[in-house]
Design a protein around this ligand. Structure first.
Ligand code: NAI
Ligand code: 2OP
Length: 307
């Protein structure tokens, strides 16, 4: 049986565990530092199985050892943004948390594929890479799927059509410098540039860039978790079922798109080996420039860290 560990049993972690269990993607271990909390959530979830109808096992724990031999580990441990905080404000606290979690993954789940979710996403994925020492194809950041489905949702709302018919693409870092690509965003194969005017597209692009903050402003006590957990589960499914879906994710650059030694949101093929290919799109000059700005900001942030 496939084994999936989710580190951090807060809003994103626990909702992800629920989605993974309900899709029967594997047995799940949910770990957190708060005593009793992951155990309580796991038991509560198991008690829903007779109604929902899933046959996988969900275990809650405070001991990293229980992630032993996991096939996939999802890192959601850390603190989330409060109103007025940028993702970068989270760096110091989450650096220590993700560093410690990564050292434990290296020890107990040395063959796993790691999906990083903790913010600031692109930086934390870099931290996990350095602290696990894994091959970069096995350490991936989740943000592109979330940013893309937000864009898709806003397109569907604007056009009054089914969100299921919208395929959106957002590249770059998970932050103010993300790069939504209207040219590569389609409704049943029709580019949105043929369905709405430039002003509408610009408005939706801005709303996408601000998508995380919009939820934070509304919730006031935390950040988004329904769409993030759905996005994580899609990535986990593509890995454990070896679906080889083409999804936007933070992947390590070896020169693709002209960037090196940095995690950047790009379309990847996701399968049992992790990132099995990076898809290089033919970008326009302005798109390349936006991606370069995103990469520069990340490089600068990473250069200040002692990794
Ligand atoms: P939360 O506060 O509900 O949960 C975080 C959990 O991590 C808490 O239960 C906490 O006790 C636990 N934790 C802290 N240190 C730990 C450690 N060393 N080991 C295990 N668990 C530990 O926060 P939420 O809403 O679940 O968000 C989690 C993280 O995910 C945040 O950093 C947030 O910004 C990020 N996030 C990223 C997204 C993305 O697109 N990449 C989307 C949504 C959230
Ligand atoms: C989001 O975009 C908080 O990064 C998280 O919702």
């Amino acid at each position: 049986m496939t084994k999936i560990t989710v580190v951090g049993a807060g809003f994103v972690g626990a909702t992800t565990v629920q989605r993974i269990a309900e899709k029967e993607l594997g047995d799940v271990v949910m770990t957190d530092i708060i005593e009793g909390m992951p155990q309580g959530k796991a038991l509560d979830l198991m008690e829903s199985a007779p109604i929902v109808g899933f046959d996988v096992n969900v275990v809650g724990t405070n001991d990293y050892k229980d992630m032993q031999d996991s096939d996939v580990v999802v890192i959601t441990a850390g603190i989330a943004r409060k109103p007025g905080m940028s993702r970068d404000d989270l760096v110091k606290t989450n650096l220590n948390i993700v560093g410690k979690v990564s050292e434990n993954i290296k020890e107990y789940a040395p063959d796993s594929i790691v999906i990083v979710v903790t913010n600031p996403l692109d930086i934390m994925t870099h931290v996990a890479l350095k602290k696990t020492g894994f091959h970069p194809g096995r350490v991936i950041g989740m943000s592109g799927v979330l940013d893309s489905v937000r864009f898709a949702t806003f397109v569907a709302m604007e056009l009054g059509c089914s969100a299921r018919d919208v395929d959106a693409m957002v590249l770059g870092g998970h932050g103010d410098l993300m790069v939504p690509l209207p040219r590569h965003t389609t409704v049943s194969g029709i580019p949105i540039t043929e369905l709405m005017d430039e002003a509408a597209i610009d408005r939706l692009v801005q709303r996408t860039i601000n998508g995380g903050a919009e939820i934070v402003e509304l919730l006031k006590t935390g950040s988004a978790f329904y769409a993030p957990s759905a996005a994580i589960t899609l990535m986990v499914e593509s890995i454990v079922r070896d679906l080889k879906r083409i999804l936007p994710a933070a992947a390590y650059m070896y020169g693709q798109y002209g960037h090196e030694d940095i995690y950047l949101g790009v379309p990847v093929k996701l399968g049992r080996m992790g990132v099995e290919a990076v898809i290089e799109l033919d970008l326009t000059e302005p798109e390349q420039e936006m991606l370069a700005q995103s990469a520069e900001a990340l490089k600068e942030a990473i250069s200040t860290l002692d990794l």
